[in-house]
Design a protein around this ligand. Structure first.
Ligand code: SAM
Ligand code: SF4
Length: 333
């Protein structure tokens, strides 16, 4: 048995985020440019290679895997990987298999996901207004997403709605979205926009600190501290009036790196130690070489030693360009 995963700051790493593809059927304005250059398909690890890699991570103590992207549900045959990974849920070595999705394909996949052992999912939704949704995602797909959410509910999946707070776009709508989400039985988490990748817009026109949103919500609702944790960076409050839970992910206004328990691997096998830094270790050669087990262990150990203490995201008067060159769609949120 290899040593468990711990970085040089003593943080235990037990959470893997795996991006299945950098492609997507939406084009959210804060995530991508309209005309994105995607990775050549030939560079992607096969589903078998991803499965093999996950097994090695689970052997090293990874307990939770989140599939993300791009849009994970547009990767052809992704259910094959889900079904394969679910064997680790049955043995108890893996505690949770989950995913983050934009919801457009959920009507088709919600029931098979639940049947394969997925219990809860995050669905990203930034507006319930059809025109705003279209402007934000550059696609007219709100009804498709709402249909997907219905299917998720029917299938018995627990849903958390992720909403990026975007200045001049969805801020006024956030209270009614929260009431809607809680009314549906969904948790909701608000996220600050992060300066990742070149997009067609100025980040300063998008960024809204969640400290401001919190104060606005606190003026209208009773927000009670909630000890709930999902192993992620969100801090939660319980909303007395709705009975629901609201999370806040604040990479810019309140750094949460001290509790970081995760690593991120792209669909080409690059392990990124931090969302906010460009440094990576390539696992592909190890995976395809003659001694995959030993070489993967060595590459992962190398990555852990390089994991930085914290990101250095900033959006301010003086700094609006990307902190890292790659888009969020390469590593997933
Ligand atoms: N396509 C899936 C989705 O949208 O849920 C999964 C991948 S997406 C990159 C994961 C999450 O990252 C989404 O909740 C999205 O809103 C968020 N995201 C993308 N770009 C971001 C950025 N620059 N800052 C903050 N969140 C971002
Ligand atoms: Fe696609 Fe998700 Fe990025 Fe939106 S946030 S463009 S849905 S990958």
């Amino acid at each position: 048995m290899s040593a468990s995963l711990q970085d040089s700051f003593g943080r235990d790493i037990n959470y893997l985020r795996l991006s299945l593809t950098d492609r997507c059927d939406l084009r959210c304005i804060y995530c991508m440019a309209e005309n994105m250059t995607f990775l050549p398909k030939k560079d992607l690890l096969s589903l078998e290679e991803l499965d093999h890699m996950c097994a090695q991570f689970i052997r090293r103590g990874i307990k939770k895997i989140r599939l993300t992207g791009g849009e994970p549900l547009v990767r052809r045959d992704f259910m094959t990987l889900i079904k394969a990974l679910s064997r680790h849920l049955k043995t108890g070595e893996l505690h949770e298999l989950t995913l983050t999705t934009n919801g457009t394909q959920l009507a088709r996949f919600a029931a098979p996901l639940k049947a394969a052992g997925v219990e809860r999912i995050n669905v990203s939704l930034d507006s319930l207004n059809r025109d705003v949704f279209k402007k934000l995602t550059r696609r007219d797909a709100l009804d498709q997403v709402l249909g997907g959410l219905d299917a998720a509910k029917q299938a018995g999946l627990k849903v958390k709605i992720n909403t990026v707070a975007l200045k001049d776009m969805n801020i006024a709508e956030l209270p009614s979205m929260m009431e809607w989400a809680h009314g549906q039985g969904f948790d909701m988490t608000l996220i600050e926009v992060m300066p990742m990748g070149d997009i067609d817009e100025d980040r300063r026109d998008q960024y809204m600190p969640l400290t401001v949103i919190y104060d606005e919500l606190a003026a209208c609702y009773s927000l009670m501290d909630d000890a709930h944790r999902t192993g992620g960076p969100a801090r939660y409050v319980k909303v007395k009036e709705t009975g629901g839970r609201l999370g806040m992910i604040t990479p810019l206004t309140n750094n949460f790196c001290a509790g970081c328990n995760r690593i991120r691997v792209t669909c080409t096998g690059r392990i990124y130690m931090c969302l906010g830094q460009d440094d990576y270790v390539d696992l592909r050669a190890a995976l395809r070489g003659p001694k995959p087990k030993e070489d993967l262990d060595a590459a992962v150990n190398r990555a852990l030693r390089k994991k930085p203490e914290k990101h250095n995201f900033e959006i301010s008067e003086n700094r609006s360009g990307p902190a890292v060159g790659r888009h969020m769609s390469l590593t997933g949120g």
